[in-house]
Design a protein around this ligand. Sequence first.
Ligand SMILES: *Cc1c(COP(=O)(O)O)cnc(C)c1O
Length: 429
Amino acid sequence: MDKRNWKVETMAVQGDYVAGNTESRVLPLYQSTTYKYDTCDELAKVFDLEQDTCMYTRLANPTSNAYEAKLNMMEGGVGAMATASGMAATAITIMNIAKKGDSILAAATIYGGSVTLFSTSFPDLGIDVIFFDPDAPAEEIIALAKPNTKAIFGETIGNPAINVLDFDKFKYISETLDIPFIVDNTFATPILCKPLELGAHIVVYSTSKYIDGHATALGGMIIDGGNFNWDNGKFPGLSEPDESYHGVTYTKAFGPAAFIVKARANLMRNFGMTPSPFNSYITNLGMETLHLRMERHCENAQKMAEYLKAHDMCAWISYPGLEGDKYYDVAKKFLPKGASGVMSFGVKGGRAASKKFIDSLQLVSLVTHVADVRSCVLQPASTTHRQLTDDELIACGVSPDMIRFSVGIENVEDIIADFEQAFDKCRNM
Ligand SMILES: *Cc1c(COP(=O)(O)O)cnc(C)c1O
């Protein structure tokens, strides 16, 4: 049976793990840093990348490997590598292809942590990041590229702007510039969107969000589509010998898996942004219900968005699943199964009313997180964007009254009842 023909839901449940006779039916937790070998020659083969077994958990671990294989299968990649966090996945991905003197193109609307990584840490390493408006025409974005530009980066669904990526446009830019298209698919998951089928070459995740789904384990993942030609003269790190790994040339030795093998043998080996096996174990367990959770997240979010749109106390609402939303048509095209569970809205009465609304909620909690089973909210103006003035907030697309709302999988009637009592406390403010 070719597991690659399974539907994504079956892959989420079964994954690539096979239990032998009398062995654990559930993917076991290998809470071990180290692995025993019978002979020096055999261990040497592992060091030479000739034998693909575990020797030290910084590089590989059976639990993490099975979890990687599952997400890789669900995305349709040639290889995947789990990381300690979503930030680590993004950092390794860029550092695997860009070095001092290079630049990358990145959508300006990506996750705040990624903006900070790109606008401060990467320039310190000599890697420039050219930010662009993802809604700008392709030719305008192409014109920003330089000869040293090595990738284009965007998010399927932006956090917190909730904008949807136009895959056709990014694919066209990537092909025109002959650079890889990297996408952060955290908010969509492989259940709602499969970027590798839409022209992306590398997919990254913060698995801390929907993939784990229960807000218990921080983590990230990199999936290699194996569909970019690294031998085009722009990526000597992949197409020329790596002296740090006794002269291996990744494109020659590993063909389409060159990118992901280098990410592990070079970046992970040297930087050690490795997930704990326990986090891989628990995230893999969470993933077994990903398809069911995403279905309910989308269903509840759609109902909450429609409820908010019709509510007399709601000033505005942004959710790509709502007819009339700026991203409705793009979402219909690239997220046909649903627009995921995150939206933003404002309460009539401005910043103070939005604050009062959040403070009045009982079931829905105030947390610095999104995308888990429990409904939650955050007011960027009073928390993540607290240092900015109202004018500065508006300039970066965060209105002072914005509430970012991550819809959980509770019964939607209970979420609505909680919103009703909180809206009532904001009247006549
Ligand atoms: C949270 C998040 C990240 C960062 O992931 P961590 O696991 O918190 O390091 C990256 N991208 C997106 C879209 C996110 O929501």
